[in-house]
Design a protein around this ligand. Structure first.
Ligand code: AHM
Ligand code: MG
Length: 336
């Protein structure tokens, strides 16, 4: 690559594809389509604060409704960007209970997309960063169109995964397992530009832990010990309460993000297939670690589409110490 050249997401994808002569282009097209959906969602997220001032003109009105919830809007945008392309055989979204088939009028392809279209949207009025998370698998079922079996694949089988963070700027971060690449949206030209090549999580990095510590009394003794130890080591606490934003900071600065099991949520809160697995793939490809408290998130065998999991993501050494504390003092939560 020419020194100093601006690398758009499109150029990056073409260059990656050249390294895989067997590639059909379908996979690259899925990434382009996700990037297009991300630009549309980003535009609406940035305008969210103007809705009350500008009135309903220009508001999303796909079904003739005056006001649409942004997470439902994001869900529609992703569906409409992906349904007709012939690349996917089935989709799943946090917003939809069942597998989302490709409409019969369109051809089906060999890939599977799971996503959380707009995580953290309850924070939108406070101008807090939101995110989209995505996971791509290869179709494994025999039929022409995919189904639940294609969606219930463990994280280590993901072909690619990533997220978009709608923050002070909009960034798209993705991996296919070899290297993690971050692109920042330049809104005036509508392009994602490579801003963070070969991202690596520092280890141990800045001493930061990120968890909702208000739930301390509901935690297992092991979880309490893990956090007590981090405090003894001089760690600071940062918790936005918006998963992608907390994750993105953790990837850049190091430390650990945790959403453990607790007495009220004995399986944790966050979802395995479209929140935990894609972020686990990113952090592991960046040299970090993921865990459900006992081992890598990527090895968990899914049994349900919207399955929850305890979640630990961060610098390898910090995740390891946390797992040790959980095992030493007991990871079982009261009431589980
Ligand atoms: P949601 O599915 O209700 O939007 O919740 C998802 C959010 C994540 O972004 C965040 O990590 C977590 O919930 C915060 O939960 P809590 O308020 O329990 O700390
Ligand atoms: Mg979510």
């Amino acid at each position: 690559m020419q020194e100093g050249a601006v690398v758009t997401l499109s150029r990056h994808i073409v260059e990656q594809e050249r390294r895989h002569p067997e590639a059909t282009g379908a996979f690259s097209n899925i990434l382009y389509d996700i990037a297009l959906a991300a630009k549309i969602i980003s535009r609406e997220v940035n305008r969210a604060g103007l809705v009350d001032i500008l009135g309903s003109a220009g508001k999303f009105n796909i079904h003739g409704e005056d006001v649409r919830k942004l997470d439902e809007f994001a869900d529609d945008v992703i569906f409409q960007a992906m349904d007709h392309t012939g690349n996917l055989c089935v989709m799943a979204s946090e917003e939809v209970d069942d597998p989302i088939p490709i409409p019969d009028k369109f051809p089906a392809g060999n890939y599977v997309l799971l996503h959380d279209p707009l995580d953290g949207s309850s924070n939108i009025e406070a101008n807090v960063s939101l995110g989209t998370i995505f996971s791509i698998h290869k179709k494994i079922s025999k039929g022409e169109r995919g189904g639940l079996a294609d969606l219930l694949q463990p994280g280590y089988k993901q072909l690619a995964a990533g997220y978009i963070v709608y923050g002070s700027s909009t960034m798209l971060v993705y991996t296919t397992g070899a290297g993690v690449y971050g692109f920042t949206l330049e809104p005036s030209i509508g392009e994602f530009l490579l801003s963070h090549p070969e991202m690596k999580i520092p280890d141990p990095g800045k001493k930061i832990y990120s968890v909702n510590e208000a739930y301390y009394k509901r935690w297992s003794p092991g979880q309490q010990l893990a956090v007590d130890q981090l405090k003894d080591e001089g760690f600071s606490l940062r918790y936005i309460g918006s998963l992608v934003a907390d994750f993105h900071r953790t990837l850049l600065y190091g430390g650990i993000f945790m959403y453990p099991a607790d007495a009220k949520s004995p399986k944790g809160k966050l979802r395995l297939l479209y929140e935990a697995c894609p972020l686990a793939m990113v952090i592991e490809a960046a040299g970090g670690a993921s865990s459900d408290g006992a081992g890598s998130i990527l090895n968990v065998e899914p049994v349900e589409l919207h399955q929850r999991t305890p979640l630990y993501l961060g610098s390898k050494s910090v995740v390891q110490k946390t797992e040790e504390a959980l095992q030493a003092a007991g990871a079982g939560v009261p009431g589980a």
